[in-house]
Design a protein around this ligand. Structure first.
Ligand SMILES: Cc1cc2nc3c(=O)[nH]c(=O)nc-3n(C[C@H](O)[C@H](O)[C@H](O)COP(=O)(O)OP(=O)(O)OC[C@H]3O[C@@H](n4cnc5c(N)ncnc54)[C@H](O)[C@@H]3O)c2cc1C
Length: 335
């Protein structure tokens, strides 16, 4: 049994920063995340994109923000259960919680901070039976490192911003060849991006196939060919290195939705005094919560985490008074 003061479910930017604010109050933290790495959306969806609204960083790559947060919380020695999903919660007689993961790992804590963001990431997958075999062997639903596609023949499917943005990026000197396949003639993405793709297609930088969809995939050890169906034409077999079906991620709160918490529009309702939920000792911070005026921004999550740990402290030390001390005065005293 892993025991801690605050069990944080979700190791995205908000979950990570919670460790720092809790550490200043001498509270220990342990984090659980379904993903094999920390950083949440920043590491999983857009690690190479610059963020411009983190205070004091005019620009920082999302992946670098995760690295900086890990550096900042290191003195407080958080524990991690990565690659496992928190599925069950039970209350103990001593007013604590036990959270069990899908792999059976048990964690006991005085406080639970749900920082689950959009929930467990579930990409929308095309209905091709043999697709599973080629996942991470030529088929990727999320682009983590564009360098993986350098000098490769890439086909991207989709008509939204993600498909357009990555087609533009990869065709601009990264991949050897980029084909964008889309079911319809019109795109859902920003007008600027649509215009850019059209221009790149006329310049021969991107091959555009509209009214088309990938209907099958094939290869021996890894992906080698895809079959494309275009309205009114014969199916074509295309040899490629990578196929990127970018049809978006479905936000799914997942198992947390069954924990008896008040849910509104796929998010957990909280009291903005301390971001507590309707269950005493369970808090929700970051993208996963909702309240009047909520903004799903990283800096708002950081603020929520800072207020939340004050109440968490009182649950661990009901007889102690916590007085706010500046880090400039007290420094950062790790464990
Ligand atoms: C393309 C893009 C660009 C963005 N740009 C900006 C920007 O410029 N500025 C800005 O402020 N924000 C931006 N955002 C939003 C920002 O990324 C989110 O606000 C932020 O990631 C929320 O952090 P979080 O820690 O609350 O949740 P997340 O980052 O979503 O992390 C939540 C984590 O919880 C895990 N999890 C969920 N349920 C469970 C469970 N049951 N068990 C275990 N783990 C679980 C998930 O695997 C995930 O890793 C952007 C988002 C996207 C997609």
């Amino acid at each position: 049994m892993i025991e801690t003061d605050i069990l944080i479910i979700g190791a995205g930017p908000v979950g990570l920063f919670t460790v720092f604010e809790a550490g200043l109050l001498k509270l220990r933290c342990h984090l659980i995340d379904s993903l094999p790495q920390v950083g949440g959306q920043c590491s999983e969806i857009y690690p190479k994109k610059p963020i411009y609204d983190i205070p004091a960083y005019p620009s920082i790559l999302a992946g670098d923000l995760s690295d900086k947060l890990m550096e900042q919380i290191a003195p407080f020695k958080p524990g991690f259960t990565l690659g496992e999903t928190a599925v069950e919660i039970e209350e103990t007689d001593d007013n604590q919680f036990i959270v069990t993961t899908n792999l059976g790992t048990k964690h006991k804590a005085h406080n639970i901070a749900i920082a689950g963001g959009l929930g467990v990431f579930t990409p929308r997958k095309p209905p091709i039976p043999s697709l599973k075999f080629f996942e991470k062997k030529g088929v990727d639903y999320i682009i983590k490192d564009p360098e993986a596609y350098r000098d490769k023949k890439v086909v991207i499917s989709g008509g939204g911003d993600s498909a357009l943005d990555w087609a533009i990026f990869l065709a601009d000197g990264v991949a050897k060849e980029v084909t964008l396949v889309h079911r319809s003639k019109s795109f859902r993405g920003h007008l600027d991006s649509v215009q850019r793709i059209m221009d790149m297609a006329s310049d021969g930088k991107v091959k555009l196939m509209t009214d088309s969809e990938v209907i099958d995939v094939d290869g021996k050890e890894k992906l080698e060919h895809i079959i494309i169906k275009t309205k009114g034409e014969e199916n074509t077999t295309v040899s490629i290195d990578s196929w990127l079906p970018l049809f978006g991620l479905t936000p799914k709160l997942g198992p947390i939705a069954k924990w008896g918490l008040e849910i509104e529009k796929n998010a957990i309702k909280v009291n903005t005094f301390d971001y507590s939920t309707n269950r005493d000792g369970i808090y929700a911070i970051g993208d996963v919560n909702t309240y009047p005026g909520k903004l799903k921004l990283i800096l708002c999550g950081f603020h929520e985490a800072t207020l939340m740990v004050q109440s968490a402290f009182k649950r661990v030390y009901p007889d102690k008074n916590n007085v706010l001390k500046y880090t400039t005065v007290n420094g950062v005293n790790g464990f």
